[in-house]
Ligand binder design. Structure first.
Ligand code: UDP
Ligand code: MG
Length: 314
């Protein structure tokens, strides 16, 4: 049995050596062959040279170095494309995904009952309260309006069979939202809760706004509800304006009102104008995503690797 570990790394020069030694310790205690796929996502620090050093001393290490920063989703995609294992796992380089869970995860898959073992944080301690609040609302919302089942607190850290990995790979969309993709492909998943762990070294790459944008992307990628909201708004306003029209005609016929109400007219015009721009914006978001998808650009470009079998552009 071959186990593939995919590790996206972006400016992880402090964390990577710690990750390597910790993970290797765990893997060597397990009775299986393994490969470590280190993906250098266009780091601007010494991450790549550390990877090369590790690869020189350990034949389990394969490195794939992107030509620029393509983002974690692209790094994961490159990992899935090039992983040869029977079981494949994704892990962060900062040891927030404890490698000590791996033996247990493999055991659960080996029992044959599940296709994937996913991890879920049971608490959000150490996180700014505003971020937690928005995260909670996001999960409530997206589960209501999309058909992908997205679990609150789910991390990208998961182990899956090759069948599931192939299913994930077959979803080759450019706008990738892994939490949604994992849910969308289905398969039987075992959820393993664990206590939140702080990053060992270096800094998080996620600012609040980056996360917020990521959440909006997730919604647009996995739900068409915002589009229907636009059409429902439109229908509602059309109905309302029709009623208004009748009201005004009747009022004119019965009471013969003179022209009045400049203020209310302006309010209505601004309101409708705003609403129209808002709905146009929603449509624009979907159109922009469609535009990017249609261009069919590669997800990633590998500039340097030590893996002979690497698919360099995909
Ligand atoms: N990462 C990446 N490309 C990016 C940003 C992050 O490959 O553009 C990697 C990063 O090196 C780490 C993982 O994704 O291994 C998770 O990032 P981070 O720890 O910053 O996120 P957090 O754990 O705070 O959500
Ligand atoms: Mg982290």
């Amino acid at each position: 049995m071959l186990l593939s570990l995919i590790v996206p790394c972006y400016n992880e020069q402090e964390a990577l050596p710690l990750f390597y030694s910790e993970t290797t310790k765990v893997l060597q205690g397990m009775q299986c062959d393994y490969e470590l796929l280190l993906i250098n996502d266009g780091s601007s620090d010494n991450t790549l040279s550390i990877m090369k050093d590790l690869a020189a001393q350990d034949s389990h290490v394969l490195y794939f170095s992107f030509s620029r920063n393509f983002g974690k989703e692209a790094a994961m995609y490159a990992g899935f494309t090039n992983a040869r294992g029977d079981y494949v796992a994704v892990m962060d380089a900062d040891l927030q995904d404890p490698p000590s869970l791996l033996p247990q995860m493999v055991k659960i898959l080996e029992s044959g009952e599940y296709d994937s073992v996913a991890t879920r944080r049971v608490d959000r301690t150490g996180e700014p309260p505003v971020r937690s609040w928005f995260a909670k609302r996001f999960y409530e919302l997206i589960n209501k309006i999309s058909d992908a089942d997205i679990v609150d607190g789910a991390r990208d850290f998961r182990l899956m069979t090759r069948a599931m990995k192939d299913a994930v790979l077959s979803m080759s969309e450019y706008n990738r939202f892994s939490k949604g993709i994992f849910g969308w492909v289905g398969f039987k998943t075992y959820w393993m809760p664990y206590e939140n762990v702080e990053r060992v070294a270096g800094e998080t790459k996620w600012s609040f706004w980056k996360l917020f944008k990521y959440a909006i992307d997730g919604i647009i990628n996995f739900s068409q509800t915002p589009l229907s909201i636009a059409s429902w708004f439109g229908m509602f306003m059309t109905g309302l304006s029709f009623l208004f029209l009748v009201l005004i005609v009747v009022r004119r016929l019965i009471w013969g009102d003179p022209v009045a109400g400049w203020a209310s007219t302006i309010c209505v015009i601004i309101f409708i104008g705003g609403l129209q721009l808002f709905c146009l914006g929603i449509i624009g978001q979907y159109l922009a995503k469609t535009y990017v998808e249609v261009k069919n650009r590669p997800h990633y470009i590998i500039a340097d690797t030590n893996a002979g079998h690497a698919v360099k552009i995909r």
